[in-house]
Design a protein around this ligand. Structure first.
Ligand SMILES: [Fe+2]
Ligand SMILES: [Fe+2]
Length: 158
């Protein structure tokens, strides 16, 4: 069983932590954008939230689970389709963390810890933005794992 499949055990808890965000309707906007292959940004972000929580529990890392899940779910909350605009597509890897973190702060009023989980999730691509917390490292790792699984599961990236 893959890590992504095993992390389904954490789905209910992740949803519980995300209840205010999920109820707001703002997160629904992520369903309109494709992330990898046929996976929406919403689905990808929820996968990262489940995996981050699963790994934190499996490795017994001392984390704030609520902030971890919130940062994980909002890590790609940039709300545009990076496949559409070619120039934007090329710069997307570098630029979307700043936009997602800004959106999360403006729309959900996230604190600095969650802000930096989002802002640093592309490390080492964003060389000067290294994760500053255990939660940040978990999201950085889970994001890479999920992106790989989501693309390879659909015959891409092999
Ligand atoms: Fe991202
Ligand atoms: Fe991501």
């Amino acid at each position: 069983m893959t890590l992504l499949e095993r992390s389904a055990a954490c789905a209910a808890d992740a949803e519980k932590y995300l209840l205010p965000v999920l109820r707001s309707g703002e997160a629904e906007k992520m369903k309109a954008h494709v992330q990898h292959g046929g996976v929406s940004t919403y689905e990808h972000c929820f996968n990262v939230a489940k995996c981050s929580l699963y790994l934190a529990r499996k490795w017994k890392w001392k984390v704030d689970e609520e902030e971890l899940v919130l940062g994980a779910f909002l890590h790609d909350f940039y709300l545009y389709d990076w496949h559409v605009n070619r120039r934007r597509g090329r710069l997307h890897g570098f630029c979307h963390t700043a936009l997602a973190a800004k959106n999360a702060r403006e729309i959900f009023g996230v604190d600095d810890k969650v802000y930096y989980i989002i802002r640093t999730h592309m490390f080492p691509l964003t060389l000067f933005w290294m994760p500053r917390s255990a939660e940040g490292w978990l999201v950085c790792l889970a994001d890479k794992y999920c992106a790989l699984r989501e693309t390879s599961a659909r015959g891409y990236g092999r």
